[in-house]
Design a binder for this molecule. Sequence first.
Ligand code: AMP
Length: 276
Amino acid sequence: MLIIKDISHLKLYLKAYQDKGHSIGYVPTMGALHQGHAKLIKQSRDHNQKTVISTFVNEKQFNKKEDFNNYPRNKGKDYDFCDLHNVDVIFEPSSEEIYPDNKSKLINTYFQNILCDQFRPGHFDGVITVLNKLFSIIDVNKVYFGQKDFQQLKIIEKFIEEKFPKLELISVSTARHEEGIAYSSRNENLSKKQLQEFINFHNAVIQFIKDLDRQTSINDANIEAKKFITNLSDQNFDYFEFRNTNSLELEGNISEARLFYAIYKGQTRLIDNIDM
Ligand code: AMP
């Protein structure tokens, strides 16, 4: 496994294998790797001869400096993790390498003013800005994203269609702990007590969903969703609502929806979405 920090070396590596006709898969991450990332890596390895992962904590997508500073980082463990999962290359650039002028920021125009975009203004601008840069450097065949960040996935789908039409996006379903919650780098910031509370909450959500008739309209289900969270003690949400899986609008019934939530446990913001 190689750890590459500069763009020119990475490009040389990619070109050498592309010239041989090898297919290369790319898994963009922010490090602090876990079994969710492993699922993306596995798919890339199944589909391609080489797999490149990037572990870049992108300051531009954090709308709060404190959140950026508190984001978990564990480089040593990430190297072992990638080695264990047979990654070929870790691309680990510095901020200066990615943003030499530190000025330009793209503006996202898709799925705006709802869900995470409503509560983290500028977040998706930062996401597409860094991907624009990374896709220009890592000019490969296939890229892997998780459904755990569903709004992000939908935005990137549109962004790739428009800007990188030759790149194939593969969407990977969410990897979950036995207890039901999604693997997430941010889980590392939870105390034992917060983690248990979060598991209990998530399981209550699953039960709440099971009890709903699949023909319920999204609007009616959202009235029930409001009641459900009002009855919980000590819960702090950005959102907790059903939305249509395709349009992310409030149209249709819940058989064609997902339940999206962003909940705080202390300072830690946790998001998930559950397929009906
Ligand atoms: P992150 O490092 O959190 O930016 O995530 C990098 C990629 O891994 C994104 O495409 C995420 O959607 C994906 N991802 C994160 N957690 C999971 C999970 N539990 N299951 C599947 N994919 C995930």
